[in-house]
Write a protein that binds this ligand. Structure first.
Ligand code: CDP
Length: 210
């Protein structure tokens, strides 16, 4: 079974994707990490994330980089969102993601274009949303635990800028697939959101097999 989980920054898609992977005993890929790895390479090699050829040059990385804690920083998230607009970067990362999705037994992938581009054949597709204010609060709390002193206003502005870039780009923009189920986590606890996500997947699987 392939489960696609898409949504904007700090919507809860990563938490839900991990919970679904655990529940169904499937391998999980956080595809944002791949774009973050490109971002980290861009920074380390002093390349320009706005330039497509520079982003493409940074796509040649070993899987070992995916465990680097530096990938989790806000700075790298921002660079990732800049390099991810380039079609050459997206194509360079496409096969890796498709291979993961189509492995025997299936997988759970979370990102922005899993249900639309990477795994349009997914058995269940969830599109996770939450208001920008709530997403900013979550991200702010997360950053504080990492020792950051950034203000809530700044985090909200960054989230809005990230949304605009993700939604507005020409290549694989952030958009809900026609056959996805919407899950708004704004006013749900993590436990309730996970419960709801499992129910939605179950309903899709039942509909497919009946
Ligand atoms: O959740 P957050 O936005 O902080 O980060 P992420 O999921 O790790 O993704 C970092 C950036 O990579 C996003 O802002 C997107 O622009 C980009 N991305 C993408 O374009 N396509 C994906 N499948 C995953 C991430």
């Amino acid at each position: 079974m392939i489960i696609a989980v898409d949504g904007p920054a700090a919507s809860g898609k990563g938490t839900l994707a991990r919970a679904l992977a655990k529940h169904y005993r499937l391998p999980h890929l956080d595809t944002g990490l791949l774009y973050r790895a490109v971002g980290l390479n861009v920074l380390r090699q002093e390349l320009n994330p706005e330039i497509e050829a520079d982003g493409f040059a940074a796509c040649d990385f070993d899987d070992s980089i995916l465990g680097d804690p530096a990938l989790r920083s806000d700075e790298i998230g921002k660079i990732a969102s800049v390099v991810s607009v380039h079609p050459l970067v997206r194509t360079a990362l496409l096969h890796r993601q498709r291979r993961f999705a189509n492995q025997p037994g299936g997988a759970v992938l979370d990102g922005r274009d899993i249900g639309t581009v990477i795994a349009p054949n997914a058995d269940a597709k969830l599109f996770i949303k939450a208001t920008p204010q709530i997403r900013a609060k979550r991200r702010h709390a997360e950053l504080r635990t990492q020792g950051s002193t950034v203000s809530l206003d700044k985090v909200l502005a960054d989230i809005r800028a990230r949304d605009l870039r993700d939604i507005g780009r020409a290549a694989a923009p952030l958009v809900m697939a026609d056959d996805a189920n919407l899950l708004d986590t704004s006013f749900l606890s993590i436990e309730s959101a996970v419960q709801r996500a499992i129910e939605l997947v179950e309903a899709r699987v039942r509909a497919k097999t009946s």
